[in-house]
Design a binder for this molecule. Structure first.
Ligand code: ADP
Ligand code: MG
Length: 246
């Protein structure tokens, strides 16, 4: 049985989509069968950063009952072992899709894939909650800034209460400012394990623009190496905590 991992944070722009796309490809490189799901129904951009620009059928069509799930699953030939469920970006599709249907669609994917990575919206509104509760484990993403850490912590607490196994957090965009909260202080504050530090790296942004996540775009970049380390850490710990909890 595969792992269902929600990629979540308190604020937007912390790097959830960047983490989802790079982790998916990194896990694929490690030989795992992966599916990345764009569950950010109102601000979807996972397919953009993964270079899929001609998707006819999306998760919105599945939610509105206009398509079957299998028709919304795309394999990405440029990335070994990686599949993607894209989301629509136009408002007409958004208003027809009820986010509360997400868990029912996403949870069964663990029967077909080793890792189901769920790119969630930020915050605690109904669309974000529905996306996050589609997972069994959560990977929190924060930046080294106090309000960002506080907000991501809040979301982590809610997810724990809801029964998810919170694996820990990723400190993303580290090294951008001299005022960055140091990793050890972030870990103390978050009260959950620090699973990886992703540096501020312009190669990450370049990869985003090219539609090729950095682990493939520039595998030797510091950001790419950090994502490979994170993937190895996820392989090591995912599934262990939830086995104890359930
Ligand atoms: P979210 O999904 O949480 O809203 P994104 O993953 O879309 O955030 O990231 C927002 C922007 O920040 C993107 O343009 C992305 O390329 C950039 N970004 C994310 N992480 C890094 C990093 N470590 N270094 C440089 N740029 C980054
Ligand atoms: Mg995003």
């Amino acid at each position: 049985m595969g792992k269902l991992i929600s990629i979540a944070s308190g604020k937007g722009g912390t790097g959830k989509t960047t983490v989802t796309s790079n982790l998916a490809i990194a896990l694929g490189k490690l030989g795992k069968q992966v599916i990345a799901v764009d569950a950010d129904l109102t601000m979807a951009n996972l397919s953009l950063v993964m270079g899929l620009d001609d998707a006819d059928v999306t998760i919105h069509d599945v939610l509105s009952g206009d398509a079957n799930l299998d028709d919304a699953i795309y394999s990405l030939p440029n990335f070994d072992n990686v599949h993607l469920i894209p989301a629509a970006v136009d408002w007409e599709h958004v208003i027809k899709a009820d986010p509360r249907g997400l868990p029912e669609i996403i949870k069964p994917l663990k029967e077909k894939f080793d890792y189901v990575l769920i790119d969630c919206p930020a915050g605690l509104q109904i669309d974000a909650m529905s996306a996050m509760l589609s997972g069994e484990e959560a990977l929190m993403v924060t930046n080294p800034e106090i309000s960002c850490i506080a907000d991501t912590m809040k979301v982590g607490i809610v997810l724990k209460k809801a029964g998810l196994a919170v694996l820990g957090f990723v400190l993303n965009r580290y090294g951008r400012s001299i005022n960055d909260i140091p990793p050890e202080i972030a870990e103390d504050t978050m009260e959950m394990p620090l699973l990886g530090i992703i540096p501020e790296d312009r190669a990450i942004r370049e990869g985003t623009l090219e539609g090729i996540p950095v682990v493939l775009y520039k595998p030797d970049a510091e950001g790419a190496k950090a994502f490979m380390d994170l993937a190895n850490e996820i392989v090591r710990i995912s599934g262990v905590k939830s086995k104890v909890m359930y």
